[in-house]
Write a protein that binds this ligand. Sequence first.
Ligand code: NYM
Ligand code: MG
Length: 207
Amino acid sequence: MTQRGLLIVVEGCDRSGKSTQCDILVNSLQQKGIDTELVKFPDRTTQTGKMIDSYLQQKSELDDHAIHLLFSANRWEAMKTLSEKLNNGKTLVVDRYAFSGVAFSSAKGLDLEWCRNPDIGLLTPDIVLFLDLSIDDAEKRGGFGDERYEKRELQIKVRDQFMKLKDDSWKFIDASQSKENVEKEIWNTIDATRNLLQDNIQELQFN
Ligand code: NYM
Ligand code: MG
């Protein structure tokens, strides 16, 4: 029987280096002969993803609850494919997941518990890496972009919300280090967790 792949989630505020580090991690895992694929949420290519993209680019307006549910739907529609891939032995590196969903929407003022509900039942990650960077440091990286939410005041609130969501299983990575050192820290963390999980890998769990 094939051993299932790992579901590795990478979270953090905007400009914390998530996408860069996800690419590097996928490459490193592949080089070790581990069948790995990158997944990114929101997936802007699907129908829900196109609505989300237009909202983020400030080309359309949506009620805060409605956009929250769209982000969640964007994850739900991927679950069947992702669980099949994992069960077929593929490891997935996921750039943002439901934690971003709850952190951003609750930072805007929606009730935290209300925000959690639509994502209940999604696949549970095996590992959550949190790329930790102060908002001051994030801003020094050439400033935020032009998308909705990429504003200092909101990012500070988002970070506070992430801190409410974290649990003991999260691995904090100091993202203020050089790209190479962040890469090393992530690799060491993954390697240690992988060894730990290898002998004791559970069936896929749903939260
Ligand atoms: N975002 C992302 C949410 O507000 N809710 C979600 O569920 C997810 C997955 O979308 N500023 C926000 C966080 C980002 C923005 O993400 C787009 P990215 O990784 O910059 O493409
Ligand atoms: Mg962004």
